[in-house]
Design a protein around this ligand. Structure first.
Ligand code: PLP
Length: 263
């Protein structure tokens, strides 16, 4: 694989402001040396101040986009971001079962930082039942892990590990539990697989420009996994790259709200 350019597909929503969603994913793919493709699940009218409106794409048209891509182009890794509702989840699950891409990253997107729902709360069950078993890795933040497990949000690293193990028991093959919502200066992530539990320590960076960080991390995992030997090295390199993208976010002067990271 290392002698060819990896091909990465994002199945996600569009962010007209360019900081999250499809736009963040394609910028990340390019920055990390992958050829990027997109299946758009929903349009959002969005800027750095928030999501103003959402227009979901009909599920048949999502299937048509998947068929167009997979029938012609090699796909090494897929990421899923905003999926909006249960019908879209079902259409995406059917396409993944049909084409069986090698690596599948599921970013369990639910609510934007500004509070707008990116997934119908009634669709969490469909996400758990249909997509968890199809994913090679899932990347929940703490509120998303709690919603998937129907429990309260983890407050400590020990609880993060417990919830990561519970998500494995619920059908995930690997879980990257993201600790950004923990209180305090430390915001460690934990990679939990049946074989290992690995801590990725991190200090909170003093910036308010964090729009699209979750999208960007899962896109980085998708671009890098075909170029790395395992999830451990993939997560390490994706996080190192995201760290510099957040550190340089202040260089951008994009919008008046929560600005994006520097891809
Ligand atoms: N808009 C879209 C289309 C997204 O997919 C996402 C995150 O997955 C967001 C917005 C969320 O961005 P934020 O980082 O501001 O919560």
């Amino acid at each position: 694989m290392s002698h060819t350019i990896s091909h990465a597909l994002t199945i996600a929503g569009s962010d007209s402001g360019g900081g999250a969603g499809i736009q963040a994913d394609l910028k990340t793919f390019s920055a990390l040396g992958a050829y990027g493709m997109s299946v758009i699940t929903a349009l959002t009218a969005q800027n750095t101040q928030g999501v103003h409106a959402v227009h979901p794409v009909p599920p048949e048209f999502i299937a048509a986009q998947c068929d167009a891509v997979f029938s012609d182009i090699r796909v090494d890794a897929v990421k899923m971001g905003m999926l909006a509702n249960a019908e879209i989840i079902h259409a995406v699950a059917e396409s993944l079962r049909k084409y069986q891409p090698r690596y599948v990253v599921l970013d369990t997107v639910m609510i934007a930082k500004g509070g707008h729902a990116l997934l119908d709360p009634a669709a969490v069950d469909a996400l758990r039942r249909e997509l968890l078993p199809l994913a090679s890795i899932i990347t929940p933040n703490l509120p998303e892990a709690a919603a998937l497990l129907e429990c309260s949000e983890a407050q400590s690293e020990e609880q993060m590990r417990e919830q990561g193990r519970a998500l494995l028991a619920a059908g995930a093959k690997a879980v990257l539990m993201k600790g950004g919502h923990l209180a305090g200066e430390q915001c460690p992530d934990w990679l939990i697989t049946p074989e290992l539990e690995l801590n990725f320590p991190a200090l909170r960076i003093a910036t308010r420009h964090t729009h699209g960080t979750g999208c960007t991390l899962s896109a980085a995992l998708t671009a890098l996994r075909p170029q790395r030997v395992d999830w451990e090295s993939t997560v390490r390199d994706a996080k190192a790259w995201l760290l510099q993208a957040i550190t340089h976010a202040e260089k951008l002067q994009v919008g008046q709200g929560i600005g994006p990271v520097h891809h």
